[in-house]
Design a binder for this molecule. Structure first.
Ligand code: FE
Length: 186
């Protein structure tokens, strides 16, 4: 009888323990991710056009981009591929720093404009300056959306929607693969 009475308690205890372990695992991986981002550096030995200061517009052919970009970045930047949600490096990152175009180095967003979105992609409510991104209508996949492109290299970054937070109400929904992050120096 005692054993029967205790059974639900045991189940609750095991469930609580499992939840605590799961939450701890999530926290752990987020912390590990943040630590990795804090130490992130950018190195593009194959890409002579990459610069955080040169704002000259780039007009490369598809073949030239293919030669200098890693395959995953080439597919997103030049062929508008989309990374799977909740898989990118930056969707849940919240440390201070600057996001740049991974294809050309153009400054795109500051971390202060990033917000916690539930969509699984890094989301921002405003671009860093008027030279950061440009927009284009995208009617692929049977939807009318507004595509966000890098203003320097014309590379695909993601899409923009009108369901973002104040003050702009915009949500720049970006691919982590299309961006580099440089943490602020303390
Ligand atoms: Fe770019």
């Amino acid at each position: 009888m005692e054993a029967i009475k205790q059974a639900p308690l045991k189940i609750i205890f095991i469930l609580s323990l499992s939840m605590a372990l799961a939450l701890n695992a999530c926290g752990q991986s987020k912390n590990d991710n943040q630590m990795a981002l804090n130490m992130e550096t950018v190195s593009k030995p194959k890409n002579p056009y990459y610069s955080h200061t040169d704002t000259t517009k780039l007009h490369l052919t598809d073949a030239e981009w293919k030669k200098i970009l890693p395959e995953d970045l080439y597919e997103v930047s030049r062929h508008a591929a989309t990374e799977r949600p909740f898989t990118g490096k930056y969707w849940n990152a919240d440390i201070k720093g600057t996001y740049y175009c991974a294809a050309c180095g153009n400054e795109l967003f500051r971390s202060e404009a990033k917000f916690a979105s539930t969509c699984g992609w890094p989301s921002f409510f405003e671009q860093e300056n008027k030279n950061s991104t440009v927009f284009r209508q995208d009617s692929s996949l049977g939807m009318i959306r507004t595509e966000v492109l890098c203003a320097r290299c014309g590379g695909h970054l993601g899409h923009i929607f009108d369901d973002g937070p104040p003050p702009t109400g915009k949500r720049y929904c970006m691919n982590s693969i299309a961006m580099d992050f440089v943490p602020d120096t303390p």
